[in-house]
Design a protein around this ligand. Structure first.
Ligand code: FPP
Length: 248
């Protein structure tokens, strides 16, 4: 059977893949390591998954790196995650740029340190013309927060109630201009949406695997994309062929 990413693969990858990178803490605990070691291993894996996404022809990759609720974690862990992101921007930006990756940030920037804000804005600006893969980093992101932010802006802009449509709301989200995710992957087996892309994911296909994020490598991604290729997306409708002979 053909597989995504194999030579002459006829299978079309999903245009937009979003990932809840869960299980770093449990991955570390299983090895008797501190939680931050899990986040570091998760960051290493992210590099593999970005390259694999480019290779498989995914055009948009959205990753959930820090939620608006993650501030409630121990101070050490929060500080560690902030440092990891700063480090990644510092050390990986050249390579991401060379790979043709365009970086975008989803979420509230103003609660981050000034230094991190500057680095994020500079990375977004530097890669803005890249088009091989758009990498959306949801950092200090929450779906409800995003919708509240959009409603406030819609009111500020004086939009008339009758002009509010799904397209208009989408235009006011952090993901404006980005197609909705076709596939949302969640690692580590939890069956929750966790405030991730709650508007954009209305008709996304889900793929949940028990594998912890640091172990979710290229072959696991291929498996998820292959499974997606066999899904029948109906968006709440019924295929016209199913009407045949169904007169009651
Ligand atoms: C969830 O695992 C993971 C996170 C909250 C952080 C994910 C962040 C990274 C992988 C860092 C890389 C990000 C960038 C943008 C460079 P968990 O800690 O909730 O795991 P657990 O449920 O097993 O405790």
């Amino acid at each position: 059977m053909s597989q995504i990413g194999q030579p002459n693969s006829p299978i079309k990858p999903p245009q937009h893949v979003a990932i809840i990178m869960d299980g770093n803490g449990r991955w570390a605990k299983k090895r008797g390591l501190p939680r931050l070691a899990g986040h570091k291993a998760g960051t290493e894996n992210l590099r593999r998954i970005i390259s694999a996404s480019v290779e498989f022809g995914v055009q948009y990759l959205t990753i959930y790196a820090f939620s608006t609720e993650n501030w409630g974690r121990p101070r050490d862990e929060v500080d560690g995650l902030m440092r990891i992101v700063e480090d990644v921007i510092e050390k990986e930006l050249n390579e991401l740029d060379e790979q043709g990756v365009q970086l975008r940030h989803l979420g509230k920037l103003d609660q981050l340190s000034l230094n991190l804000q500057k680095k994020v804005l500079a990375a977004v600006d530097r890669t803005r013309n890249n088009s091989r893969l758009v990498l959306n980093i949801a950092f200090n992101y929450g779906g409800r927060d995003e919708i509240i932010h959009a409603i406030r802006q819609i009111l500020v802009d004086g939009i008339k109630p009758e002009d509010v449509s799904p397209e208009l709301v989408s235009h006011y989200l952090y993901t404006a201009g980005i197609p909705d995710p076709d596939l949302i992957i969640r690692t580590s087996g939890e069956l929750r949406i966790s405030n991730f892309l709650i508007w954009q994911g209305a008709y996304s296909e889900w793929y949940v695997t028990p594998t912890y994020w640091p172990d979710f490598g290229k072959n696991e991604l291929r498996k998820a994309l292959d499974e997606y290729a066999n899904r029948d997306r109906r968006y709440g409708k019924v295929d016209s062929s199913e009407y045949e002979g169904s007169h009651v």
